[in-house]
Design a protein around this ligand. Structure first.
Ligand code: UDP
Ligand code: MG
Length: 314
């Protein structure tokens, strides 16, 4: 028996696309010869989205609909989809027909020998200035910072093995970083080219301001990757260097004041010394607070600081 598949789709006000999307997915899944389900997550839509999903679900036992009380955002919708998905393989895609369901067999073929397959919209059908350019820069930056090189972090069309997805917790707008997060715990990733269409119905839910949020999320992800079990190593070195520098400047000023009788009250150097000492102490304290938080985080949830692949002989 082939592994079963869950297709997870975040939906926010896509009433016109939905019927076409459902039809296109069905045409593909019916030919797969495996158990499948389609999990639609209605992210608090105010248009007819829920009604349409409801009527689809009534007629099709392979469809699961999760409906949010209000709009929680695409990341939350995807997290809910993962929670309710029961398949061995989870495929995510957009509801706006920009991803093509015909790529699903290709993803399933590829995932046979890896844990994550990431779609790459090589011929992306979006505006250049507001979409493709920021996206190009973001992908370069994310690849560099996370050490996981992908052409298209933003493509929702991706496939994951269940074990990989059940262990990632998503916050903010972090769904695009799942491959990087998964790779840090040892998952293997392949990239495939996928088809991309221009949006026919409705309009995009995002503007250019997303770029800033992506950069902030990247900082968080990177920090958590490198320092979540040793935050004092992130803040401590800077704190010690600044504190020491401030201390020596203050020492020098004290020497001038006490032994040479010079007035130091109006010296810019004095302000610098005070600033450096305060910053230094603050940074070290922040590191210590971080250390305490790290313990709360790991111990309260029974979260180990490592991931085990296999144990032999026990
Ligand atoms: N989406 C969502 N909640 C939101 C915003 C978007 O579930 O708050 C869904 C949306 O319905 C679509 C997908 O996320 O299925 C991607 O959104 P969109 O197409 O607007 O993004 P773009 O393709 O322009 O980057
Ligand atoms: Mg879209």
């Amino acid at each position: 028996m082939e592994e079963s598949v869950s297709i997870v789709i975040p939906v926010f006000e896509e009433e016109e696309s939905l019927p076409h999307l459902y039809k296109a997915i069905k045409a593909v899944t019916e030919k797969l010869n495996r158990k499948y389900e389609i999990v639609f997550v209605d992210d608090g839509s105010k248009d007819g989205t829920f009604k349409i999903l409801e009527s689809i679900q009534k007629k099709d036992p392979n469809v699961v609909v999760v409906s949010f009380r209000r709009n929680f955002g695409q990341t939350a919708a995807m997290a809910a989809g993962f929670e309710y998905a029961s398949g061995d393989i989870v495929i995510t895609m957009d509801a706006d027909l920009q991803n093509d369901p015909n790529d699903i067999p290709k993803l399933l073929e590829k995932i046979k020998d890896c844990d994550v397959v990431s779609g790459w919209r090589k011929n992306r059908q979006d505006k250049f200035l507001s979409r493709r350019l920021p996206s190009m820069m973001a992908n370069g930056l994310i690849s560099k910072v996370t050490g996981v090189a992908l052409h298209d972090y933003g493509c929702t069309l991706k496939a994951y093995r269940k074990e990989v997805i059940k262990n990632v917790r998503l916050y903010g707008e972090m769904h695009r970083f799942i491959p990087a997060i998964a790779s840090w715990v040892g998952a293997t990733i392949t990239e495939v080219e996928t088809t991309h269409h221009a949006r026919k119905f409705g309009k995009s839910k995002y503007g250019i301001s997303r770029t800033i949020r992506v950069i902030l999320d990247l900082i968080t992800v990177k920090f958590l990757q490198s320092f979540s079990t040793r935050p004092i190593h992130a803040f401590g070195p800077g704190g010690l260097v600044m504190g020491a520098l401030g201390f020596f400047i203050a020492l020098y000023l004290s020497f001038e004041k006490i032994f040479m009788g010079k007035a130091i009250g109006g010296r810019p150097l004095l302000i610098l010394a005070v600033l450096l000492i305060i910053l230094g102490v603050q940074l070290v304290i922040m590191g210590l607070l971080g250390e305490m938080l790290a313990r709360v985080y790991h111990e309260s949830q029974g979260k180990p600081i490592y991931t085990v692949k296999k144990v032999l002989g026990r």
